[in-house]
Write a new protein. Sequence first.
Length: 45
Amino acid sequence: IMMLDLKEANSDFDKIKSSLLDKGEELGVDVKIQREEIFNSMHTL
């Protein structure tokens, strides 16, 4: 699991997501990325 703070990122979320998915495919790993608000909503009881 990796958490990223993208507040000061030079790219938008979709561009970063695409880059990470491409790198994951290149490395043969499964990458899942989502916004914190979605993650928190899914895991709130």
